[in-house]
Write a protein that binds this ligand. Structure first.
Ligand code: ZN
Length: 107
């Protein structure tokens, strides 16, 4: 078992609006539907994420680290005479995409 595996025999999530435990994400979603009134439903806390969710969380952490490094390196452009406004404007045209890049690399 790795840290990405869901803990066996432990509920996926617990409702914060009542005392219901949910074995799986589908049970939680069904409960949200059942308790939906006036655009609001019970909320739940995920205490035992699925393997897929754990992997997404780890990739989000890696992406955040990469973004910090990216922003630091972008700030270095200021030392070369590029203004903050120019960088801000150029950021809107940056096309890098984690998923695209990953797929290119694993080919
Ligand atoms: Zn509930």
């Amino acid at each position: 078992m790795s840290r990405y595996d869901q803990i066996p025999d432990k509920p996926y999530a617990a409702c914060e609006g009542c005392d219901t435990n949910f074995p799986a994400p589908a049970d939680m979603k069904a409960h949200f539907k059942e308790t939906m009134t006036g655009g609001k439903s019970h909320r739940a806390r995920i205490t035992n994420p699925t393997r897929a969710e754990r992997i997404v969380n780890e990739l989000d952490n890696l992406a955040e680290d990469a973004l910090y490094e990216f922003v630091n390196k972008a700030q270095d452009l200021i030392e070369e005479g590029v203004t903050e406004e120019e960088i801000t404007e150029a950021m809107r045209s940056v096309t890098a995409d984690f998923a695209d890049f990953w797929e290119q690399e694993i080919k």
